[in-house]
Write a protein that binds this ligand. Structure first.
Ligand SMILES: [Zn+2]
Ligand SMILES: [Zn+2]
Length: 444
C-alpha cells in the first residue's frame, strides 16, 4: 500500500492538491500530462489505500474522474483500508454525475465496506438521497440479458433477445410519465404488440420480485418495475380492444375533465398502479400511499409527482419545466396563445391539442391577469425607487419590461420565436389563428 516510485508520488502530490482549495492550478490537462507518462500507474495507492479515482470522486471532480477512467482506472478497486470503493466515495460526496459515471464504468453496487455497508446504504446514512436513488435505479443491461437465455427447464427464454434493447431503454428512463412510456412503446414496432408486451411485463414482475426478496432489498427499483409493468398491461388491454390502439390510450391519459382540464384517468391509473404493488409491507409503498391518499383528485401533489420524487429523487418538482404531454424535462416550446403550457416539440403539442384547446382560452385569461399584475408591481417598484433617473420613461412599460429580464419577461419572448417554428403543426395553426390577438391584447 505504498507508492511504488517517484512517478506515482508525483501523481499523488498532484491529487493531494485537490484537497487544498487554495490551489487553483489543478487542471485536468496537468493530470492528463502526468497520466500520459508510461511510468505512472493510474491505480497506484496512497498510504490509506486510496486510488486517484477515489480522491477525485470524493472531491467531486467529474472531469478528473472521466480522465482517470479513460486511462484505465479500476472502478472496483477495493484496497482502501476501510473497504471503500470509488462508488462509495462518489455517493458520499453527493455528486450525482460522478455516481452515474462510476456506475456506467461498471462499479459494483453490492460491494460492502469493512462494516458491511453498500454504497447506497452509506449515501443514505449521510443523507445523499439523490445518489441513493441513482444507485438504486441503475439497471445494467446484463441483468436484463439474463432473461434472454433459457433458464432451468425452460425451452425458450422468458424474454426474446430482440426485446432486451427496447425494454432496457424503458426500464432505465427517469421520466416515468405514463404518456412517455406509452410513446416509447408505440414508437417501437417490436414492442407495440400483445405477445411482446406480455413477455416484457412478466419479466419486469420477476425483476420486481427479485428486488424485494434479495438480501439487500431494493424497494425503489421494485416499485419502478411494478409501475412500468402496470403501464405495459394497460397497453395490452388497449391493444386488445382499442381501435387506434395505443393512440387511444395516450388520448385517454391526456383527456382533461371539463371543469379544469385535469387528466383524471392518468391520475387514477398511477394511483391504481401504486396501490397494486404486491408487497404491502414495503416502506416505500406506505410512504407513497400516505402522501397520495389524502390528496383530492385534481389537487397537488399529483400521483405522478409523488412517484417521480420517490423513484428519481427529483425534489422541487416544478411543472413549468416539464412537457405537459409527456413529462420530459427541459421542454421549451410554449403554447402561443395561453403561454401557460410547455411542450418538447410540435408532436407533443399536437398530441395534447384535443384536450388543451378546451382550456387554452381560460389559461390565456389567467396568464394575462398575471402579466398585468406583474407589470403593475414592477412599475410601482420602479416609481418608489429611482424616480428621478427614469422619470421620463414612466409610460414606456414595454422596454422596461424587456430590460427588466425577470423570468416571466423572458418566456413570452421565447414563445414568440417558438411559435414561428411550428406553423405546420395542426395544433399550432389552430392555436395560432387566435394568437395575434393574444399577446398584443395583453400588452395594451
Ligand atoms: Zn413532450
Ligand atoms: Zn394554450
Amino acid at each position: 500500500m505504498v507508492l511504488a516510485d517517484l512517478f506515482d508520488t508525483a501523481l499523488f502530490l498532484f491529487f493531494l492538491r485537490l484537497w487544498d482549495s487554495s490551489q487553483q492550478t489543478c487542471t485536468v490537462q496537468e493530470a492528463g500530462t502526468l497520466l500520459a507518462s508510461k511510468n505512472v500507474r493510474v491505480n497506484c495507492l496512497d498510504e490509506n489505500g486510496m486510488t486517484p479515482l477515489m480522491h477525485a470522486a470524493y472531491k467531486g471532480k467529474l472531469d478528473m474522474c472521466r480522465l482517470l477512467l479513460r486511462h484505465g482506472a479500476d472502478v472496483n478497486c477495493h484496497q482502501h483500508e476501510h473497504g471503500y470503493t470509488a462508488l462509495m466515495f462518489a455517493a458520499l460526496s453527493g455528486n450525482k454525475d460522478i455516481t452515474w459515471v462510476m456506475l456506467e464504468a461498471g462499479a459494483e453496487t453490492d460491494v460492502v465496506n469493512s462494516v458491511g455497508r453498500t454504497a447506497a446504504q452509506m449515501a443514505a446514512f449521510v443523507g445523499q438521497h439523490d445518489c441513493v436513488t441513482i444507485i438504486n435505479n441503475f439497471f445494467p443491461r446484463e441483468r436484463l440479458d439474463y432473461y434472454t437465455k433459457p433458464q432451468g427447464l425452460d425451452k425458450e427464454p422468458k424474454l426474446p433477445p430482440k426485446l432486451a434493447g427496447p425494454l432496457h431503454k424503458i426500464i432505465t428512463t427517469t421520466n416515468l410519465h405514463p404518456v412517455k412510456i406509452v410513446m416509447l412503446i408505440n414508437e417501437n414496432p417490436l414492442l407495440a404488440e400483445e405477445t411482446a408486451l406480455n413477455k416484457c411485463y412478466k419479466v419486469m414482475d420477476l425483476i420486481c420480485e427479485k428486488c424485494m426478496k434479495q438480501r439487500d432489498m431494493n424497494e425503489v427499483l421494485a416499485m419502478k418495475m411494478h409501475y412500468i409493468s402496470c403501464i405495459f398491461q394497460k397497453c395490452i388491454n388497449f391493444l386488445k380492444d382499442g381501435e387506434n390502439k395505443l393512440d387511444t390510450l395516450i388520448k385517454s391519459l391526456l383527456k382533461g375533465r371539463a371543469s379544469d382540464g385535469f387528466p383524471v384517468y392518468q391520475e387514477k391509473i398511477i394511483r391504481e398502479s401504486i396501490r397494486k404493488f404486491p408487497y404491502c409491507e414495503a416502506t416505500l409503498l406506505q410512504q407513497l400511499v400516505r402522501s397520495i391518499a389524502p390528496v383530492e383528485i385534481g389537487s397537488d401533489p399529483t400521483a405522478f409527482s409523488v412517484l417521480t420524487q420517490a423513484i428519481t429523487g427529483q425534489v422541487g418538482f416544478v411543472d413549468v419545466e416539464f412537457c405537459t404531454t409527456c413529462g420530459e424535462k427541459g421542454a421549451s416550446k410554449r403554447c402561443s396563445v395561453c403561454k401557460m403550457v410547455i411542450y418538447c416539440d410540435q408532436t407533443c403539442q399536437k398530441t395534447h391539442w384535443f384536450a388543451h384547446k378546451k382550456i387554452c382560452k381560460n389559461l390565456k385569461d389567467i396568464y394575462e391577469k398575471q402579466q398585468l399584475e406583474a407589470a403593475k408591481e414592477k412599475s410601482e417598484e420602479e416609481n418608489n425607487g429611482k424616480l428621478d433617473v427614469n422619470s421620463n420613461c414612466v409610460n414606456e412599460e414595454q422596454p422596461e419590461a424587456e430590460t427588466g429580464t425577470s423570468r416571466e419577461d423572458c418566456n413570452p419572448k421565447e414563445s414568440v420565436e417558438g411559435e414561428e417554428e411550428r406553423p405546420q403543426s395542426e395544433a399550432g395553426l389552430e392555436g395560432l389563428q387566435d394568437a395575434p390577438a393574444g399577446p398584443q391584447a395583453s400588452e395594451e
